[in-house]
Design a protein around this ligand. Sequence first.
Ligand code: ACO
Length: 142
Amino acid sequence: MAAVRIREAEEGDCGDVLRLIRELAEYEKLSEQVTISEEGPRIVGYGLYCFVYSTWKGRNIYLEDIYVMPEYRGQGIGSKIIKKVAEVALDQGCSQFRLAVLEWNKRAIDLYKALGTRDLTQEEGWHAFRFEGEAMEKLAGR
Ligand code: ACO
């Protein structure tokens, strides 16, 4: 006989429980009546940061990406991710928290401004540049 352990269900069992619910309904020949689905995804957004170094200010944090799934936007999740990055920045001794955004992304820009960022393009005239591909190979003499 198989060694089976009977235990209370846990949150992480949802997928398996749903599979068994479907199996039972199939056994009962009533599958079409099962309309429930698994809960929504458990990870609905992310922020990816790294540390950068300023000769003027020392260690800073750079938020490369922030994204929240469309159906979860407008509920404060993005702001919470940004606040979390600010906490990490302070805990790690950073004096600045930097990020860049495309100029057409007005909604994101408005959110960053509402949270207290300064627009360096507007205030100080900074342009963003990058070397890549052939230009980078050429520079490196390859
Ligand atoms: N859809 C809905 N609301 C948006 C959007 C969007 N695409 N972009 C910005 N917002 C604004 C809303 O106007 C809202 O302001 P309000 O509360 O005054 O109405 C505010 O964001 C909502 O704030 P939160 O709920 O805290 O933020 P949210 O969880 O919606 O996340 C985010 C904001 C990350 C910008 C999200 O909307 C998103 O993933 N957008 C698409 C991807 C994107 O633009 N990412 C940023 C690129 S720049 C970078 O990665 C550094």
